[in-house]
Design a protein around this ligand. Structure first.
Ligand SMILES: NC(=O)c1ccc[n+]([C@@H]2O[C@H](COP(=O)([O-])OP(=O)(O)OC[C@H]3O[C@@H](n4cnc5c(N)ncnc54)[C@H](OP(=O)(O)O)[C@@H]3O)[C@@H](O)[C@H]2O)c1
Length: 337
C-alpha cells in the first residue's frame, strides 16, 4: 500500500506550539511522534500537554530517531538556518518557522543543503496556504476588482517584555522579521510578481536595539503596495487590495481563527452602477493544519511545494532592502544575492 502519512517531530517547547502541534497531529497525512527540548522536564511537559508519544531530551536525540521523517522548527530566528541544515543532514524534511533566515544570503545555504540532501525545506508561512489567501489571489487574477493598482496593510501588537525573543537583537528579534514579513509575503503572493524597489522609514527601540515601528512602500511596477508594522502599538491587522473597479479587504489576514469562518469584503459596482459591499465567507479551517498537510502531501507525492525556498529568498530580499532603505534614507533596488 502506498505510504500516506508523514511522521513529524518538533524541535523546542515554543509558545507557538500551542497553536501548531495539535492541529498538525490531527491533520490529514500527518502524525506528530514527539517533541524535543533542551530541558528534559520541558520536553515531558510539552509531550503530555499535546498528547505526544515521545519526549526527547535534546534536539539531537529527536534528529537521531529514524522514524521521524519531518521536523517542525519553532526556534528563535537566529537558530533557523543552523537547525534546518542539521535536520536535513540527518535525513529529515523541514518546515521552519518564519523568517526562515535573517537575510537572503543565508537562504543560499539552505538551497545548497536542500539540493545536496534531496529533502524538502519550507518556510512556515501558514497564511500562504489558507483558503482565504488563495481566494484573494484568484479574485485578483479573475479581474474581480479590475486592474489592481494599490495594496495597503498593517500588522501590529504591543509587547515590551524584555525577555521575549522579539525584543532581543542577538536572537533575530525586531518587528520586520517577526510581523512585517507577513504583508510582504501576502502582497507578493496576491500581486503575483516581485517588487522592483522599496523605500522605508524604520524606528528602533533604544533599549532593545530592535526595530519597533516601520512604514514600507514597495514598487511593483504598476502596483504600489504599502504597509506599516509595529511591536509597540495597539494590536491590529488588515490587508486591502484596491483595483480600478473594486476593492478587497481581508478582515483577519494573518491570525485567521480556527473556530469561525474568515471573511473577505468585496466592494464593487453592480451592473446598475451602484456600489455594493459583499462579505465572502470562507469555511472554517485551521491554517496550521492545512500548512502541515500541504507540506506532507508534497513530500509523499514528490511534487512541488507551496512555498519553495526560492520564494523565501525573494521575501528575504525585500526585507534586506527595507533595512538598507532605512539606513540610506532612499529607494533601494531589490538585488539578487
Ligand atoms: N507562524 C506563526 O503564526 C508564528 C507565531 C508565533 C511565532 N512564530 C515563530 O515561531 C518561532 C518561535 O516563536 P515563539 O514565540 O513560540 O518562541 P518561544 O516561545 O520563545 O520559544 C522558542 C523556543 O526555542 C528554544 N530555544 C533554543 N534556544 C533558545 C535560546 N537561545 N533562547 C530562547 N529559546 C531558545 C526554546 O525551547 P526549549 O527550551 O524547549 O529547547 C524556546 O522555548 C519564531 O521564529 C517566531 O517567528 C510563528
Amino acid at each position: 500500500m502506498a505510504k500516506d502519512q508523514i511522521v513529524w517531530g518538533i524541535l523546542g517547547a515554543a509558545k507557538i506550539n500551542d497553536k501548531v502541534v495539535v492541529p498538525m497531529h490531527n491533520a490529514p497525512k500527518c502524525r506528530v511522534k514527539g517533541i524535543a527540548s533542551r530541558s528534559t522536564e520541558k520536553a515531558r511537559e510539552a509531550a503530555a500537554k499535546y498528547g505526544l508519544a515521545v519526549a526527547y531530551d535534546s534536539y539531537e536525540a529527536l534528529l537521531a530517531d529514524p522514524e521521524i521523517e519531518a521536523v517542525y522548527i519553532p526556534l528563535p530566528n537566529h537558530l533557523h538556518v543552523e537547525w534546518t541544515i542539521r535536520s536535513v543532514e540527518a535525513g529529515k524534511h523541514v518546515l521552519c518557522e518564519k523568517p526562515i533566515s535573517l537575510n537572503a544570503q543565508q537562504v543560499e545555504r539552505l538551497i545548497a543543503a536542500r539540493n545536496k540532501s534531496g529533502r524538502y525545506i519550507q518556510e512556515a508561512f501558514m497564511v500562504r496556504t489558507h483558503p482565504q489567501w488563495l481566494k484573494v489571489r484568484s479574485l485578483i487574477d479573475e479581474g474581480s476588482i479590475g486592474e489592481l493598482r494599490a495594496v495597503t496593510g498593517g500588522f501590529t501588537y504591543h509587547n515590551t517584555n524584555e525577555h521575549n525573543i522579539r525584543n532581543q537583537s542577538e536572537l533575530g528579534g525586531g518587528g520586520l522579521l517577526d510581523i512585517g514579513c507577513y504583508p510582504i509575503t501576502t502582497s507578493r503572493f496576491a500581486i503575483g510578481r516581485e517588487p522592483r524597489r522599496v523605500v522605508a522609514l524604520v524606528e528602533q527601540d533604544p533599549a532593545f536595539k530592535v526595530d519597533r515601528l516601520g512604514s514600507v512602500l514597495m514598487d511593483f511596477d504598476g502596483v504600489q503596495a504599502s504597509f506599516f508594522y509595529s511591536t509597540q502599538t495597539y494590536p491590529y491587522q488588515r490587508m486591502q487590495f484596491h483595483g480600478t473597479k473594486g476593492r478587497i479587504e481581508v478582515e483577519i489576514p494573518f491570525n485567521a481563527p480556527n473556530d469561525k469562518p474568515t471573511r473577505l469584503l468585496l466592494s464593487e459596482n453592480a451592473s446598475n452602477g451602484v456600489a455594493t459591499d459583499r462579505w465572502l465567507e470562507l469555511p472554517v479551517c485551521d491554517q496550521y493544519g492545512v500548512a502541515a498537510t500541504t507540506f506532507a502531501q508534497a513530500i509523499l507525492s514528490g511534487g512541488p511545494q507551496a512555498i519553495p525556498l526560492e520564494d523565501a529568498r525573494a521575501n528575504m530580499r525585500v526585507i534586506d532592502a527595507v533595512f538598507r532603505s532605512a539606513r540610506s534614507d532612499a529607494w533601494e533596488t531589490i538585488t539578487e544575492g
